[in-house]
Write a protein that binds this ligand. Structure first.
Ligand SMILES: NC(=O)c1ccc[n+]([C@@H]2O[C@H](COP(=O)([O-])OP(=O)(O)OC[C@H]3O[C@@H](n4cnc5c(N)ncnc54)[C@H](OP(=O)(O)O)[C@@H]3O)[C@@H](O)[C@H]2O)c1
Length: 315
């Protein structure tokens, strides 16, 4: 089943980012605040149904998200939506360590994308991203991405980054998609030429983690000790949004959609009620709120904004 794709609009002609549903939560126990484990298959299907009915036409998944690709594949098949939903997946992280002969990297990219296509029950993907961002510097790997695109297995190629330098390099070498972390506390890429260069080279930008994996939405007193240094920031964020009569989730999504300068915002949910709230805020705007948040939160430490630095976080 060919996965639909057309050259997505890029950032110079969009004022507000469009929502993309991330699926890490559907395939493994995930999320800082997650006390329920992962949703059942029925609840995962209900979440995907409501997302689709709510106009979300793109799903972000990955080989590394436990059973997420299988769940999405089964859902697409059962709903006969293989041709109507765009699917972005990501290569298994650190896969090259299993293959000492680096020169085979291009073949490994092809073998890995084939595994994701098989799990998703698709003939092609809208996009295939590197999940280990430093692979963007390995020419054999990048060649492998270009080859699977030429073969029509994927429409777009790219990378999901953690650091600014990886994002800038990805634009420089002409990737189609770059996925960046972005939220009220993490606006590091605004301090670089990334968005200007991405616009110039028609690179499509995806901003993930608008809730900073749920940290921005947690009751401050429930924030675990290893993140206690973030508590005062979360308290201040929630005070400000309360004054604007918004929920933390609504405010965080409004901010990411209207301030990121990205084309898409990739968010995750654990439950149907979370999804319904997030979709509802999908068309909300509050420039006064966004300005106040920008003024109040500057240069947050990397130890807070980069979840892979959260000592005890499960990923
Ligand atoms: N390196 C990468 O490529 C990478 C890294 C991270 C994420 N991603 C992608 O981006 C997607 C989203 O990122 P993310 O999950 O890290 O972060 P996120 O979207 O910032 O946070 C998602 C978490 O926020 C909480 N939440 C969401 N809506 C809520 C609501 N209305 N009310 C209360 N809590 C709510 C849920 O956690 P609780 O219920 O536990 O609070 C949920 O798991 C992932 O699914 C994945 O597809 C990619």
């Amino acid at each position: 089943m060919k996965n639909p794709s057309k050259k997505m609009k890029n950032s110079n002609d969009m004022t507000e980012a469009t929502l993309v549903l991330g699926t890490a939560q559907l395939g493994m126990p995930y999320g800082l605040n997650n006390t329920r484990g992962m949703p059942s298959e029925d609840e995962a299907f209900a979440i995907l149904d409501v997302a689709h009915a709510g106009g979300i036409g793109v799903l972000d998944t990955a080989y590394a998200y436990g059973t997420a690709e299988d769940v999405v594949g089964k859902w697409l098949g059962s709903r006969k939506l293989g041709g109507k939903v765009r699917v972005i997946s990501k290569m298994k992280p650190h896969v090259l360590k299993d293959y000492p002969d680096g020169a085979r990297a291009a073949d490994i990219v092809r073998e890995e994308v084939a595994k994701s296509l098989q799990r998703l029950g698709l003939e092609s993907l809208d996009a295939y991203l590197l999940h280990s961002p430093h692979y963007i510097y390995i020419s054999h790997v990048v060649d492998g991405l270009r080859k699977i695109k030429e073969e029509g297995l994927v429409e777009n190629i790219g990378v999901s980054i953690y650091d600014e330098t990886e994002a800038l390099h990805a634009v420089e070498i002409g990737m189609d998609y770059v996925q960046i972390p972005y939220n009220v506390l993490d606006r590091r890429l605004h301090d670089t030429d990334f968005f200007k260069l991405a616009r110039k080279k028609k690179v499509t930008v995806f901003a993930r983690s608008p809730f900073l994996q749920g940290l921005l939405l947690m009751e401050p007193e429930r924030i675990p000790p290893h993140l206690s240094h973030a508590r005062s920031l979360v308290e201040r964020f929630q005070e400000i949004v309360a004054r604007h009569n918004l929920s933390p989730a609504e405010a965080a999504l409004i901010f990411a959609r209207t301030r990121s300068r990205a084309d898409y915002v990739v968010f995750g949910v654990e439950s149907l009620s979370q999804l319904e709230e997030d979709i509802r805020s999908g068309s909300m705007k509050d420039d006064a709120l966004a300005r106040e948040l920008e003024e109040n939160f500057q240069d947050t430490s990397r130890g807070i904004v980069n979840p892979s630095l959260w000592s005890k976080a499960k990923r």
